[in-house]
Design a protein around this ligand. Structure first.
Ligand SMILES: Cc1ncc(C[n+]2csc(CCOP(=O)(O)OP(=O)(O)O)c2C)c(N)n1
Ligand SMILES: [Mg+2]
Length: 662
């Protein structure tokens, strides 16, 4: 006899409480409360094939409430994905188990995105839904025709980024986005009444969402709600009324089940309550067999899709694009043209010029800006807006939603088939930072076009002038921060960002910079992260390390020092992360490990000096800005902060004297 939906759901409940019990750590409440709803979704609606988690036309399932990670681990195991195995689940939350505390996309195929920071799974799902509609517009229903399903908790819907994501999804009419809200009235501190009295459904309705109410503990009713959501053209929020920790007779409905093991007695009581008499981590044959059949349900669809792909004449292109393959064939012809006609240009403008070459050559790019299109120079002439009426467009007006934009870009990048780039002012990376961090953790190829990268932006003043931003972003692992010095470097950095396998930030100037790279190099010099732009003429006594707009200043300082017979190297360092990854000999050649009494190392960057001792040594000289900026024209701001060639030359000479080098 086929087990009931409730019995299938109880397998999730049992695995969740047993795994949390074994780890004595974790969150049984959500998986137990949402087990019926998840069973409805997976058994009846979700299009997937457990045998091929990477099938491009699968529906995407996102557990935004990542603390309930045992829900997804149980589902992947029960439906027969290669991992996790039951042994993996027994080692829930232990070192080396793919069943990490929160779901990690880089650990388990089937986990589409990394969740845990509340709100971001929901916001990433908006990007997934955008990518689906965009690729559908290009390849048609035969190849791209799937949905994005989300399980979100109260916390996901309270977070600020949720408001940005809801607004964006409603505006873009992402009807294939379906969110199941675990409305259990509980968060960690207790009842949601403690902190929320808004009418959540009314809020979504106001943002042009379709909303439905249902009993989240009745799989049949959830299934009907999902059918209605599928039929509606708007994005849908299904409010699933649930009880946290459902099945644990003494603790259900309370915050006690949110994030702690239930304890042996309560687990035993729950087994009785649920009529579940199997020992821990054992799933009865009838239940496992039924679940395994669910995992194969999509096999026929998948085979049919493969056939359509084969017949489409677009197979190679589609798969290459899905795999994210791009080359930098655009770069050399572009650089040849650039070098033939050099003029001063802001690197934000140089970025636009590079994009004019990139966008026609790489059709998977999708640009955008958080309402600063004209300032970020992110929209090239050939890009049409991506709108509800034209999902085939390649430019997104994200509105003033930096965090929402960054999270959506993560979703797009992880969906595959799309390389998102988006802009705002560098200072507002702070608004997007939690998503930038997740870009890095998830290895999502997102390109952040962050302009107005220093006091050089001028009159907008200290609120808009980044100080600590470059260094704080460089401190994020797996994120490449590029600060190019001119148009040639900007193009090289774009090429690196596009061919990389993780996120990049391009920090670009508002103000014009004179060309510092005036001859063809034959290779991408920025790929090394730092390189000798100018070698000392006289005997080398100083190395000036500069980035971005300060490279031209460094060249002027070097000229003044050389006039005094002080041999000076200028090192342009567009990407510290890449330099750090170079072989020892290369790093030693550029920045020899000698005392600052032999060769003085000087860093020049119009931002905090914090951390530059990494390259100057403790007794080197660090030139920068260790306070907030000023509202003034750029030239006056640079003078105020004594970031001029003459003033810096004086400081270097003083230090050389102190060090008894000159
Ligand atoms: C951004 C963020 N803030 C705080 C937390 C810590 N946290 C994890 S779950 C949770 C409560 C979430 O409540 P709800 O979504 O209702 O989940 P439930 O208790 O119903 O499982 C909090 C505050 C987090 N993971 N992310
Ligand atoms: Mg809750």
């Amino acid at each position: 006899m086929q087990p009931t939906q409730r019995r299938l759901a109880n397998a999730i409940r049992a695995l969740a409480m047993d795994a949390v019990e074994a780890a004595n750590s974790g969150h049984p409440g959500l998986p137990m409360g949402m087990a019926d709803a998840a069973t409805a979704l997976f058994t009846k609606h979700l299009k997937f094939d457990a045998g091929d988690p990477a099938w491009p036309d699968r529906d995407r399932f996102i557990l935004s409430a990542g603390h309930g990670s045992m829900l997804i681990y149980a589902l992947l195991y029960l439906t027969g994905y290669a991992r996790p195995t039951i042994e993996d689940i027994k080692r829930f939350r232990q070192l080396g188990s793919p069943c990490a505390g929160h779901p990690e996309n880089f650990e388990l195929p089937g986990v589409e995105v990394t969740t845990g920071p509340l709100g971001q799974g929901f916001a990433m799902s908006v990007g997934m839904a955008i990518a689906e509609r965009h690729l559908n517009a290009i390849y048609g229903d035969d190849l791209v025709d799937h949905r994005t399903y989300v399980v979100a908790g109260d916390g996901d819907l309270m977070e600020g980024v949720n408001h940005e994501a809801v607004g964006l999804a409603g505006h873009l009419k992402l009807g294939r986005l379906i969110v199941l809200w675990d409305d259990n009235n509980i968060t960690i501190d207790g009842l949601t009444e403690l902190s929320r009295n808004e009418d959540v459904l009314a809020r979504f309705q106001a943002a042009k969402w379709h909303t439905i109410d249902c009993d989240g503990l009745d799989a049949g009713k959830v299934s009907k709600a999902i059918e209605k959501a599928i039929a509606d053209e708007r994005p849908s929020l299904i409010r699933c009324k649930t009880i946290i920790g459902y099945g644990a007779p003494n603790k259900q409905g309370t915050a006690a089940t949110h994030g702690a093991a239930l304890g042996a007695d309560e687990v035993a009581a729950a087994r009785k309550e649920l009529g579940w008499d199997s020992p821990p981590f054992e799933v009865p044959d009838d239940v496992l067999t039924a679940w395994r059949a669910v995992g194969q349900r999509g096999g026929a669809d998948h085979a049919e899709w493969q056939r359509r792909l084969g017949a489409s004449g677009k197979k190679d292109e589609f798969l290459a694009r899905q795999a994210g393959k791009v080359d930098d064939a655009w770069l050399k012809p572009y650089l040849d043209k650039l070098l033939a006609d050099l003029k001063p240009v802001a690197t934000r403008k140089a970025s636009e010029m590079a994009l004019e070459a990139i966008n026609p050559a790489i059709p998977s790019t999708v640009g955008g800006s958080a309402d600063l299109t004209g300032s970020n120079n992110t929209k090239t002439k050939d890009l049409e807006p991506l709108t509800a009426d034209n999902y085939g467009g390649r430019y997104i007006y994200y509105g003033i939603r930096e965090f929402g934009m960054a999270a959506a870009m993560n979703g797009m990048a992880l969906h595959g088939g799309v390389i998102p780039y988006g802009g705002t002012f560098l200072v507002f990376t702070d608004y997007a930072r939690p998503a930038i961090r997740l870009s890095a953790l998830q290895n999502a190829r997102v390109i952040y076009v962050m302009t107005h990268d220093s006091i050089g932006l001028g009159e907008d003043g200290p609120t808009h002038q980044p100080i600590e931003h470059l260094q704080s972003l460089r401190a994020i692992p797996q994120l490449e921060v590029y600060r190019p010095a001119d148009a040639v470097e900007t193009a090289e950095c774009w090429a690196l960002a596009l061919t990389g396998d993780g996120p990049s930030i391009l920090a670009l100037t508002r103000q014009n910079l004179r060309p510092v790279r005036t001859k063809a190099a034959g290779e991408n010099l920025c790929a090394r992260g730092a390189y000798r732009l100018k070698a000392a003429s006289a005997s080398r006594k100083a190395i000036l390390i500069a980035t971005g707009s300060e490279v031209e200043i460094a060249l002027d300082v070097a000229e003044r020092l050389e006039e005094r017979g002080i041999g000076t190297d200028v090192v342009s360092m567009p990407c510290t992360e890449r330099f750090d990854a170079q072989p020892q000999e290369y790093r030693e050649d550029i920045l020899p490990d000698v005392s600052n009494r032999e060769i003085l190392r000087v860093s020049i960057e119009a931002g905090t000096t914090f951390g530059w001792e990494r390259y100057t040594g403790l007794h080197g000289l660090r030139i920068g800005i260790d306070r907030f900026g000023v509202s003034a024209p750029a030239k006056d701001a640079y003078e105020f902060f004594v970031l001029t060639p003459d003033k810096i030359t004086e400081r270097v000479l003083d230090r050389l004297k102190q060090r008894e080098i000159a």
